[in-house]
Design a protein around this ligand. Sequence first.
Ligand code: M6R
Length: 366
Amino acid sequence: EKGGYDHFMLKEINEQPRSIADCMRGRLDAKNGRLVLGGLRDYMNKFQNAKRIIITACGTSWHAGLVAEYLFEEFARIPVEVEYASEFRYRNPVVGPEDFIIAISQSGETADTLAAIELAKSKGATIFGVCNVVGSSIARATHAGSYTHAGPEIGVASTKAFTAQISVLTMMALKLGYQRGTLSESRYMQLLSELETIPSKVERALKLNDKIQVIAEKYKDSRNFLYLGRGYNFPVALEGALKLKEISYIHAEGYPAAEMKHGPIALIDEEMPVVFIATKDSSYEKVVSNIQEVKARKGKIIAVVTEGDDTVKHMADYIIEIPDTEEAFVPLISVIPLQQLSYHIAVMRGCNVDQPRNLAKSVTVE
Ligand code: M6R
C-alpha cells in the first residue's frame, strides 16, 4: 500500500504534483479566467465584506495559515490574524458576526481546533473549514468549507496535506481579491495561469532528491538546525524546522531571517547548519545579507535558491535550486526540498519516520 516506497511519508512527498493538481481540478480554469470553490459560493458575500479574517489551526496547518495571512493581505487587503487554536480558545478573544474564521485541519479531528470553532460560532462568527478528511468533525462543525482533496495522509508528518491547504487558501485569496477589486483582471489572469503550472514545477523540484540525500548524509549528526526565511518563506522556515524535529528528533528552530540578530545569531558556530530559503523575491537582497552574517560566523549554509541563482552559490556550502514562480506561490515549491531533507535525515538516523515517538496523527485530546 506504500506504492513501492519505503515509507508513507516518501510516497506522500512524491504524490504532491498530483495532490496539488487534484486540489485544483474542477476549480481552476486559467484559460477562461474561472476559479470556483463550491463551498464558498453561499458565503462569498460574508467573506468579501468581512472586517477581519481569523485563521485558526495547530502545527503544520497553522503554518499553512501563516502563508494565507500573506496571501489574503496582499491580494484582498483584508486584515488577517493567525491564531493557535489552543491559545485562541482560552483567551476570551474579541470575535463577532463581522469576523470570517477559517479553520484549517488535515484530520478534521484536532480537539483544540474544534473547540476554537465552537467558541467563535457561539459568538456569531462565520466559520469556514479547510479540511482533508471528508465528513470529519471539523468539516461538520463549520458553516461551509472546501476540502483539500489530497487523499489519505498516513505519515504522521504532514506533507501533501500542507501543500493542498496552501493551494486551497491561494485560490480563496485570488478569488477574494478579484471579487473585491483589489486584484486587477489582468493580474488575476496572470496569477491563475501561473498557479496552473505549480504541479509541474513541484515535479521538477522533487528531482532534487539525490542532491538532498548528499546534504542529509553530511549533516545528519548535527545536534541543532536553524531554518531562516522572510516573507512568504518565513512560514516555510517554521515548517522545515517542525518536519526535522518531529521525525529526526534533531532540535531545530525556524525564524524570520531578520530576527536572527535579536538572539539566535548567538548560536552560530562551525557546528551549526543553517537552512536559508533565499529565492529571488522582494526580500532576496536582505536574505543574502543574512547569509553573509552567518558565513562570517562560520555557520554551515544550505540554501534553497531560485534556479540560475549566481550569488548565493558562492557563499553557501550547498545550494538547492528550485523552479521560479510568482513570489506568492513559492511556498508550494520551496517546502519540497525541506520535506525531503527531514525525511532522509530521519531515515539515516534510523528513526521511525511514519510514526515518530510521542506523536499521533490526529491530536484528539487537548
Ligand atoms: O489534523 P490537523 O491538521 O488539525 O493537525 C494539526 C497538527 O497536529 C499537525 O499538523 C502536526 O503538527 C503534524 N504532525 C505536523 O507534521
